[in-house]
Design a protein around this ligand. Structure first.
Ligand SMILES: [Zn+2]
Length: 311
């Protein structure tokens, strides 16, 4: 994989190179016609498409993937996706417009498609020791758990694998409340049976044990001790709040929060991939297995765009 943008451009700088990558990814062990199973075909010049030599069917390498039906030149699309994942906190659409030479709407659409893909992909459950704590994100200074939240606030459950000297994978999930039923459901869908969950003394966590997950509550008397007893979740929570404040000036649409969390999670879980192109490789791996939503779908969610400052 390329170590930087120059290498990236050398590998994926032409439509032809990108086309070959897509065809290789779609048919790793050689072409097979999806209609008649014939194994010989002709590559089209301009598209990642192989025409079957027997039945003439034109099989697209990107059908049913994130790249489905795109009209953008492939090398621009690859560069766009690369920049979207390569920038530490995510590229913004104005930057992309300039760097890739696409229009603003195109940049925005791909940013959304990417977030959506990260949001919808299947994730492996957390295992081993898992630190869990709830935090509140969004406007206002009143951040005490247990109070009614304003319409601009939301609970986020932070779940991090504790691997002793380092932290493992992270999961984040937005919640409407921090009631015991909600906590148990969210934990159960993110943590594998047999794992041990480490939380503060909040009574709501008690219900976790009904799901074959061991629970070690720790009563934290002095709030100053909280960051020592559950160090990983506290670090993540403050980082998350900084990202929300920094990139979004604190104003986020609560409707958009799950997508934002998915992107944060993806970056956090691959933070050691200092070779950013590895992120691109991972992205393409998901991307070629997922169908992207259409522009129409996102337009319906136009309110979110505005609130995210994307439109
Ligand atoms: Zn065929």
């Amino acid at each position: 994989m390329p170590a930087n943008l120059i290498e990236f451009m050398q590998l994926y700088g032409s439509d032809d190179a990108c086309r070959k990558v897509l065809i290789e990814a779609r048919w790793p062990s050689g072409f097979s016609c999806p209609r008649c199973r014939h194994t010989r075909g002709y590559e089209l010049r301009e598209y990642p498409v192989i025409e079957c030599a027997r039945c003439g069917h034109q099989a697209s390498a990107t059908a049913g993937t994130l790249l489905h039906g795109t009209k953008l030149e492939l090398h621009k699309l690859f560069l766009l996706l690369y920049l979207l994942v390569a920038e530490k906190d995510g590229a913004n659409c104005k930057q992309l417009k300039r760097q890739v030479g696409v229009n603003y709407k195109t940049a925005r659409l791909w940013k959304l498609k990417l977030s959506d893909m990260l949001h919808c992909r299947e994730k492996d459950s957390l295992i081993g020791k898992v630190e869990i704590d709830e935090t509140i994100v969004g406007g206002g200074d009143d951040q005490s758990v247990g109070r009614r939240l304003s319409s601009r606030q939301r609970y986020v459950l932070v779940m991090v694998e504790d691997r002793g000297n380092e932290c493992g994978r992270l999961r984040l999930e937005a919640m409407d409340d921090a009631k015991s039923q909600t906590l148990a459901t969210v934990v159960q869908s993110n943590v594998q049976k047999g794992a041990t969950v480490h939380t503060d003394g909040l009574r709501g966590y008690g219900a976790i044990e009904e799901h074959e997950i061991a629970h070690e509550p720790e009563v934290i008397g002095d709030p100053k001790q909280a960051s020592k007893k559950l160090p990983w979740v506290h670090r993540v929570a403050s980082l998350l709040k900084r990202v929300i404040l920094g990139t979004l000036q604190g104003s986020i649409s609560m409707g958009w929060l799950p997508w934002l969390l998915a992107e944060f999670e993806f970056r956090f879980n691959r933070r050691r991939a200092n070779r950013r192109p590895l992120l691109f490789a991972r992205l393409m791996e998901f991307g070629l297995k997922t169908t992207a939503r259409t522009r129409r779908y996102f337009l319906k969610k136009g309110k979110m765009f505005r609130e995210m400052g994307l439109s």
